[in-house]
Design a protein. Structure first.
Length: 168
């Protein structure tokens, strides 16, 4: 995965539309399915929890199928990019202890994964207006820069591949 420049306004606008449509679809779909099933199969006890739950489950699956189908649509470009970025950053975070250990030994792939993590996190937090941890990120970036200087390395983020994370 490569880091791309994302238009923050377009991303926020499209994300809000996608979230809004998902919420509307969830409410309408789950209530609609539940009400149809309750009308067909009424309960003497008056509880219809199982039909409501079934309606939610079916609607969530339908929303997932629709999102997957429209994943490649140009409207979804920024939203899908951020979802994919979050997935890769999550993998790096789960393997962070091993990656940091390898980076301290001069492993280029580990150093590259750290650089991608820091650059991707910076981009993600900026897009989501979540700048609380930027100071901590700057400290970690300084540590990484010190390691790069120690091993006389320069990293090219275009060479990062999430497949390389399997080594950690």
């Amino acid at each position: 995965m490569q880091l791309l420049e994302i238009d923050k306004k377009r991303y926020r606008k499209h994300l809000n539309i996608v979230i809004g449509l998902c919420i509307v679809a969830l409410v309408v779909g789950s209530l609609g399915i539940a009400q149809i099933l309750i009308a067909i199969y009424p309960s003497a006890e008056g509880t219809h929890f199982h039909w409501n739950l079934f309606g939610v489950i079916v609607t969530v699956i339908a929303i997932g199928v629709v999102l997957k189908q429209y994943k490649a649509h140009p409207f979804m470009t920024e939203v899908v990019y951020v979802w994919e970025l979050k997935k890769v950053l999550n993998v790096i975070t789960r393997k962070m202890q091993k990656i940091q250990s390898e980076a301290e030994q001069g492993n280029v792939q580990a150093l590259l994964a750290l650089q991608f993590s820091y650059s991707g996190s910076r981009q993600l937090w900026t897009l989501d207006d979540n700048t609380i941890l930027m100071d901590e990120l700057a400290v970690e970036q300084a540590k990484l820069n010190a390691l790069l200087e120690k091993f006389s390395l320069q990293l090219d983020l275009t060479k990062f591949d999430k497949i390389d994370l399997q080594d950690f």
